[in-house]
Design a protein around this ligand. Structure first.
Ligand code: PGA
Length: 259
């Protein structure tokens, strides 16, 4: 397997200055203790106000890290600068050494009315500033029950399929997160997860082998230390985007170890 796995922690709107500091330091210690051929990359997405704090702590430790460890913002604007009160731009993320941005999370789609078109503008802005997007896609419970999962995912991926270059398609990270599995303790069966990931790989790459070989597709939605290793055995699952179980360092470490 040529693809390096990714385990990403999405803290959403949780955490304090102290908790972010403790989490980064504990992860750095853990990463330094597990040298050798580590198959994963760890990404931490704290609330944006703490990215600089996390970056500062990380910079002090990173020389002895065997596991690559980097940061993601949970969202950013499609605009480069200007009169957009409250917003943060991709250029600012880059300026603060943040390497990734989560885009199109279902909570952004649901509570902030983000459309596929806006999310695509954000993907473009991210690439323009050298930030790697982690594009979240996923169907609602009702879509799933009505057998519309593939249609929904195809629609959510359409602009990226149509407009991104081959190189960008190799770099983008996709996170499949069924909306009904987020924060609920419910997950699709292992067979379903593998089937959907395989489907996403073929839809997104349009059977271009080079892209298919490199594209990393994470699973998200109620990943925890008990279900992680079964999920990671799926050949088309390249890691996880973890919400609730990433808030405690011990459960997050167990998920990293499960990969
Ligand atoms: P969860 O969240 O792990 O708490 O289900 C995942 C996510 O929303 O990224």
């Amino acid at each position: 397997m040529m693809r390096k796995g990714i385990i990403a922690a999405n803290w959403k709107m949780n955490g304090t200055h102290t908790e972010v500091t403790q989490f980064v330091n504990a992860l750095a210690t853990f990463a330094a203790e597990t040298p050798g051929t580590n198959p994963v990359e760890v990404i931490f997405a704290p609330p944006a106000i703490y990215l600089d704090l996390a970056q500062g702590n990380l910079a002090q430790q990173s020389s002895n890290l065997a596991t690559p460890f980097s940061l993601a913002a949970q969202d950013a604007s499609q605009h480069d600068n200007g009169a957009y009160t409250g917003e943060i731009s991709m250029a600012m993320l880059r300026d603060m050494n943040c390497q990734h941005v989560i885009l199109g999370h279902s909570e952004r789609r649901q509570y902030f009315a983000e459309t596929n078109a806006v999310i695509y503008e954000k993907i473009t802005a991210a690439f323009n500033h050298g930030i790697t997007p982690i594009l979240c896609i996923g169907e609602q419970d009702q879509d799933n029950q009505q057998g519309k999962t593939t249609d929904v995912l195809t629609e959510q991926l359409a602009l990226a399929i149509e407009k991104l270059s081959e190189n960008q398609k190799q770099q983008i990270i996709i996170a499949y997160e069924p909306v009904w599995a987020i924060g609920t303790g419910r997950t699709p069966s292992i067979d379903e997860i593998e089937k959907i990931h395989q489907k996403i790989r073929s839809i997104f790459t349009q059977n271009n082998d080079t892209i298919a070989r490199d594209l990393r597709i994470l699973y998200g939605g109620s990943v925890n230390p008990d279900n992680a290793s079964a999920i990671f055995k799926c050949p088309n699952v390249d890691g996880a985007l973890v919400g609730g179980a990433s808030l405690k360092i011990d459960s997050f470490k167990q998920i990293i170890k499960a990969y």
